[in-house]
Design a protein around this ligand. Structure first.
Ligand code: GLU
Length: 512
C-alpha cells in the first residue's frame, strides 16, 4: 500500500503550533515512507469560517518547509481539496447509511432537545442522544414511515444521525496507544448531516479520507474520542479493508505542565503559540508568531519535533532530512509533552550560531526579508550588506533571536547621540580628552584592523604608563554610547577610520 497522509485543518483562525506539529509529524512520516502529503481544508462549518485563515495555514507550512504534494494550490488527482467544493458529494453517503440502517433522520427541535437535556440534568444525569434515549425521541426509528416521508416533503428541518449498535464493544488499534476498546453504550449518535445541507466533520472527514485513499490518519489526541465513530463509519460503508491506520499524537502541555497549551495562551505566557504573525482581516484580533519573533524555521521545526517524539539518543539538533530519516511513530510517546520556552530559545540560539553570516545577513536585510520591522529600526534594504555580515560575525553569539540583531548592533550603524550617565561619570575625567586626542594622532593613517589597532594603542598605553580603564572605557563610550558591544578594537575596525575619528572627536568637543 502506498503511504498517503493528510493534514486537514479547519480554517477557523490561525494555525496553533500544535497544529503545525501535527502537520510536521504527518510530513516526516510520509517522506520517510516515500508517500504523499495532502492538505485538505475542512471548511464545512461555515459559522466558524475565518477569512484569511486558509492563506495563513499555507504560508505557515511553507515557512516551516513542510511541502504539500496535493492540495488546494497544488491540485492533484483526488481534488477538490476544499470540502466546501465537495459539498454535493456527501449527501449520497448519508443516504447510503440511511438505506443500510446505519443512520436515521432526527426531527427533534432545539427546544425539544433542550427540554430533554434539562430533564436529564434534573435527574442528576447528562443527556445523550443514544441507543437508550433515541427510542423516545422524534426520529425515523420511532415515527411511522409515512409520517417521516410527509415531514421531509413538508420541508421540516432534520438532521441525519449515526445509529450506534446497542451494547457492543468496539476494538480498535492506534499506532501510538495500541489497542483501544470502547462500549457503544457510552457513545452518542453523532450528527452526520446537518439541517443546513452540510455534512458534519465526521462524515466529510471519513468520506474524504476514503476517497482520497488516505493510508494513515495522524492527528491530535483531541480526536481520539472520534475514533470509534470513524471506525464504525468505515464498517458501515463496507470500507474496512481500506480503512486507514490511526495514530493520535499526545497533547502539548503548558510550560507548567498543567493543561493543554491552548490558542488563548498566545503571548500571555511570554512566547508565541503561532508559527507566524496573525491578523484577522475583519477585526482587531492579532497574535504574534515565531517567524516575526526572530526564530529560524529550522529551529522552530526542530523544537516541535521534540514535542512528543524522541530520537532515543542524546542528539538535540536535527535537520529536516535527519528528522525524516529518524522519525517513527513508535518513538512518539503517549503522554503529553511539556513545552519549554527556554529550551526553544536555546535551540534558536544554536541555530543562529550554525548559520553562515552571509545567509544570516540575507535573512535580516536581504530582498526576501519577510519579517517586518525589527527592534528599534526597520533597516530593510538600506544597510550595507558587507557591513552587516561583518557585524554579524561580532554580535551573533549574543543573539538568541534574529530580532536581537538591532539591539546588539545598532551602534555600528548610528552614532551615539548621548552617553550613558554612569559611564560618563566614572570614565570621563580630567585628562581623558587629552589622552584621546593623543591617541587619535597615534592612529591617524594607521592600518585599521583590530589586531594592529590593539597593538598600537596598548603599546602606547604601556609606554606612557596609562591604565587600561583610563582609555578603554571612555573610548567605548565615545563609540557606542553605552557599556555594551563586542571588543572595542573590533568595533573600530568595522566603523573604519573616518567614522571612528568622527565619533571620538565629537565626544571630545562636547564633553571637553
Ligand atoms: N478538521 C479537523 C481539525 O481541524 C481535522 C481532524 C482530523 O485530522 O481528523 O483538526
Amino acid at each position: 500500500m502506498t503511504c498517503r497522509v493528510r493534514f486537514a485543518p479547519s480554517p477557523t483562525g490561525p494555525l496553533h503550533m500544535g497544529g503545525v506539529r501535527t502537520a510536521l509529524f504527518n510530513y516526516l512520516f510520509t517522506r520517510k515512507n516515500k508517500g504523499s502529503m495532502i492538505l485538505r481544508i475542512e471548511d464545512t462549518d461555515q459559522k466558524r469560517y475565518v477569512p484569511g485563515a486558509e492563506e495563513y495555514i499555507m504560508e505557515a507550512l511553507a515557512w516551516c518547509g513542510i511541502e504539500i504534494d496535493e492540495g488546494v494550490r497544488e491540485g492533484g488527482e483526488y481534488g477538490p481539496y476544499r470540502q466546501s467544493e465537495r459539498k454535493d458529494m456527501y449527501r449520497q453517503y448519508a443516504d447510503q447509511l440511511i438505506e443500510s440502517g446505519w443512520a436515521y433522520f432526527a426531527f427533534d427541535t432545539a427546544e425539544e432537545l433542550d427540554a430533554s437535556r434539562q430533564m436529564a440534568q434534573d435527574e442528576g444525569g447528562k443527556f445523550s442522544y443514544d441507543a437508550a434515549t433515541r427510542k423516545g425521541l422524534r426520529n425515523s426509528l420511532t415515527l411511522p414511515e409515512l409520517e417521516v416521508k410527509a415531514l421531509i416533503e413538508a420541508g421540516e428541518p432534520y438532521v441525519i444521525r449515526f445509529k450506534f449498535p446497542e451494547n457492543e464493544e468496539i476494538v480498535m488499534n492506534d499506532l501510538i496507544r495500541g489497542e483501544v476498546r470502547v462500549q457503544t453504550s457510552t457513545l452518542d449518535d453523532k450528527v452526520l448531516f446537518k439541517s443546513d445541507g452540510m455534512p458534519t466533520y465526521h462524515l466529510a472527514n471519513v468520506v474524504d479520507d476514503h476517497l482520497m485513499k488516505i493510508s494513515h490518519v495522524i492527528r491530535g489526541e483531541e480526536w481520539l474520542p472520534s475514533m470509534p465513530l470513524h471506525v464504525m463509519l468505515y464498517r458501515a460503508f463496507g470500507w474496512t479493508n481500506t480503512q486507514p491506520e490511526f495514530a493520535h499524537l499526545p497533547l502539548i502541555l503548558k510550560p507548567s505542565g498543567n493543561g493543554k497549551l491552548s490558542k488563548r495562551d498566545g503571548d500571555k505566557l511570554g512566547f508565541p503559540v503561532f508559527p507566524i504573525d496573525w491578523k484577522n482581516p475583519e477585526n482587531d484580533d492579532t497574535a504574534s508568531g515565531y517567524r516575526e519573533s526572530g526564530y529560524l524555521p529550522q529551529a522552530f521545526i526542530n523544537m516541535l519535533a521534540l514535542l512528543g517524539w524522541n530520537p532515543g539518543t542524546e542528539q538535540e539538533i536535527f535537520s529536516m532530512d535527519e528528522l525524516i530519516e529518524l522519525f517513527s511513530l513508535e518513538r512518539v510517546g503517549k503522554s503529553g509533552s511539556r513545552f519549554d520556552p527556554e529550551k526553544s530559545k536555546n535551540l534558536n540560539h544554536q541555530y543562529i550560531q550554525m548559520q553562515d553570516n552571509v545567509a544570516l545577513g540575507e535573512m535580516l536585510v536581504g530582498g526576501n526579508r519577510d519579517m517586518g520591522t525589527w527592534g528599534r529600526g526597520d533597516f530593510g534594504g538600506s544597510l550595507d550588506m558587507e557591513k552587516v555580515v561583518k557585524v554579524l560575525g561580532l554580535v551573533k553569539e549574543r543573539m538568541n533571536f534574529l530580532t536581537d540583531f538591532w539591539d546588539q548592533a545598532y551602534f555600528f550603524f548610528v552614532a551615539p547621540e548621548e552617553y550613558d550617565a554612569k559611564m560618563l561619570k566614572k570614565g570621563w575625567k580630567e585628562g581623558t580628552a587629552d589622552r584621546l586626542t593623543k591617541m587619535l594622532e597615534l592612529i591617524h593613517g594607521s592600518d585599521f584592523s583590530a589586531g594592529i589597532l590593539e597593538n598600537v594603542i596598548k603599546g602606547w598605553m604601556t609606554d606612557n604608563e596609562i591604565g587600561m580603564g583610563a582609555v578603554m572605557n571612555p573610548l567605548r563610550m565615545t563609540l557606542v554610547g553605552a557599556p555594551k558591544g563586542p571588543g572595542v578594537f573590533d568595533i573600530m575596525e568595522v566603523l573604519g577610520e573616518e567614522e571612528t575619528i568622527k565619533r571620538i572627536q565629537r565626544a571630545i568637543s562636547t564633553l571637553g
